[in-house]
Design a protein around this ligand. Structure first.
Ligand code: AHG
Ligand code: MN
Ligand code: MN
Length: 334
């Protein structure tokens, strides 16, 4: 049960027993993500000082090499989970292959694997606009105490046990689900504590915001072109408002609060779409469904797609239920 001023740490402990596999392992994993998020947040906040303290590729005053923030975030999340011996495998947007963590050690009983997009919307960093981190968690399907294999990572999104994101915005928030609704926690940077600020987040069934990179319009499938024209038509609560940040996390975060749809369709430039199924679309799709929203590739539920490769891309429509269904109907009819 949520209470006033509840911290993320308290929330994790309190809700541990309601999770169906209650070994405490998942709680420890979410805790390590919470820790890495705070460290990355600290670094993201300093990004504007880059001309003063040195750009990526430079050496800083302590003789350390400055890293690009997506590399930094990648290393921090991997390090935190590896050092604390909390998962048996990690896959990341920033790594060509998955990483096996002591999973050949018979004493390693860790059951979980994590897939991450360490920094989402990273081109926003240079211009002081919101970015995020996305994570997706599964139980391994191969036996514990053996090395993880690609099979552990190529699971359908519906098999996820937890997923979430961190948004480094005007406030930093951690939003996640373990399959029992979606809760959002806001960081108090003065004391480094996340507080439950958005309990039971839910997409409004309908919305008036559409988020898409309209510069690619000419390359979109006819169904998406028709839906965009529908959004712009004068009728009822239309024309809708267009808002596109260029960070899926930030666009999703606004849409879940206000009601809206995010679209990254396939195009002649990106014939299979741009966003990655395993560490962008699946976790956001689980969050969407847990928040009364919907996620699809235009025809198929994202969480039902059978993955074939680690860095696979898919078209992505996600947001308020009625808006996604409307966009799907335009895809079908085109
Ligand atoms: P990343 O920074 O992890 O590569 O992801 C960026 C993604 C997504 O978050 C965003 O909505 C989209 O790419 C932006 O792409 P365009 O610039 O092509 O619109
Ligand atoms: Mn991304
Ligand atoms: Mn990224």
């Amino acid at each position: 049960m949520s209470q006033k001023n509840q911290t993320l740490g308290e929330f994790i402990i309190e809700n541990q027993s309601s999770f169906k596999y209650t070994s405490g392992e998942l709680s420890r994993l979410i805790n390590s993500i919470r820790l890495a998020a705070k460290v990355v947040n600290h670094e993201v906040n300093k990004a504007g000082l880059v001309d003063i303290i040195g750009a990526a590729g430079d050496t800083n005053i302590q003789g350390e090499d400055q890293q690009k923030l997506d590399v930094y975030a990648n290393n921090k999340f991997i390090q935190t989970m590896t050092n604390r011996n909390i998962v048996c495998g990690i896959a990341s947007e920033e790594e060509d292959d998955f990483i096996s963590i002591n999973s050949q050690d018979e004493n390693n009983q860790n059951k979980y694997i994590v897939l991450i997009d360490p920094l989402d919307g990273s081109s926003n960093i240079d211009v002081n606009v919101s970015v995020g981190t996305i994570f997706s968690i599964y139980r391994r399907v191969t036996p514990v105490g053996t090395p993880v294999t690609i099979e552990d990572f190529l699971q359908k999104g519906s098999q996820q046990v937890a997923a979430g994101y961190v948004v480094y915005g005007t406030s930093t928030m951690l939003v996640y689900t373990t399959g029992d609704g979606v809760n959002g926690f806001t960081l108090n940077p003065a004391i480094g504590t996340f507080y439950l600020s958005h309990p039971n987040m839910e997409f409004p069934e309908d919305g008036t915001i559409y988020s898409v990179n309209e510069g690619n319009y000419i390359h979109f499938p006819q169904g998406i072109k028709n839906y965009i024209k529908y959004c712009q038509m004068e009728e009822g609560d239309r024309p809708y408002t267009s808002r596109y940040i260029g960070s899926l996390v930030s666009d999703f975060h606004r849409n879940v609060i206000k009601g809206g749809i995010y679209m990254y369709p396939k195009s002649s430039k990106n014939p299979t779409g741009k966003l990655r199924l395993l560490y962008e679309c699946n976790p956001m799709a689980l969050l969407a469904e847990q928040a009364n929203g919907k996620a699809s590739d235009g025809f198929t539920r994202i969480l039902d797609i059978e993955p074939t490769e680690l860095h696979q891309r898919v078209p992505f429509l996600c947001g308020s239920k009625n808006m996604v269904e409307k966009a799907e109907s335009f895809m079908r009819d085109a």
